[in-house]
Design a protein around this ligand. Sequence first.
Ligand code: ADP
Ligand code: MG
Length: 333
Amino acid sequence: MTGKVLREIGEFGIINRIRKWTTSSDPALVQGIGDDVAVIEMGSKALLVTTDILIEGIHFDKSWIDPFQLGRKALAVNLSDIASMGGTPKYFLISIGLPKNISLSFVSSFYRGLKKEAKQFRVELVGGDTSLAQKIIINICLLGEGRKSDLLFRKGAKVGDDLLVSGTLGDAALGLKILQEKRKTKGLEKLIKKHLSPCPRVELGQAIAKHHLATAMIDISDGLLIDTSHLLEESGVGARIREDRIPLSSLYRKGARSFSGNPLQFALSGGEDYELLFTSPCEMRERIPPLARSLKIPITRIGEILPRKEGLCIIKKDGKDYSPSRLGFEHFR
Ligand code: ADP
Ligand code: MG
């Protein structure tokens, strides 16, 4: 076989093709490929289904993350996808591929972590599959539910909406960079923790959905720019983001400069923050701060939605603007 290879089209190129090859006309399918979660109509409720894979050497390194943290994180990344729809996570299945020489205590610690995360978010493990593999492979399929009329999709953003984000950005990617470069971490441990132990914004997502505060929502798993571009694409709009509005933690401000020439690099293009990015009509503006205060999660307005032809435009601190060419991490690239 000749022709293109995955390196040329990237992860999103292949997903777009898969989407075209497998279009479905099932009337109960509210949302198939193309969002954080698949949505299937079940009476007045909707069934939510999402899956994520973690592969040793690609998504994690056993020398950085302990099995307990790995168990928690494997579930957390799936919970974040349900959070981004404003849904309620319920049940999950887990399939694991394991090399022969993995210790039983590794596996039991992994399941202790998984159970801890499951208990915190009130979800139940109901099954899975186990196989021999060359490297550790973890795949979780998480089911959830939501009221169809409350759920939020990547599509739905309207020109003039505010663009908002929860928490602070770039911490997890900077934490990963510190681990990769094996640099002195004194005082920066919390950044590493953000990478190893993400906290999915399930409660926030549900509150945004229930109170109809947003028109579209996505979780930031791959990076602010790339995940914004997914939301824009599905909504058929453009956006302007102001760099000086991007929420940064004090530790990030302290550490970022010594790891990159562009101190905003991790916040713009780094992945795994698992914060929520959403669009909200301006009329909702005064309802956001009370929500942020009640959940003790910062929510920051970082830009606005523009007509599609404007694309994604970033306003730098000096007032000049640019359209980013490289958006962030993408598998196969
Ligand atoms: P996320 O970063 O939120 O996990 P992805 O970018 O991985 O989302 O996936 C985007 C969409 O493509 C989702 O609807 C997902 O279910 C779908 N998808 C990803 N990989 C495949 C695949 N191999 N086959 C079918 N659908 C896929
Ligand atoms: Mg997602």
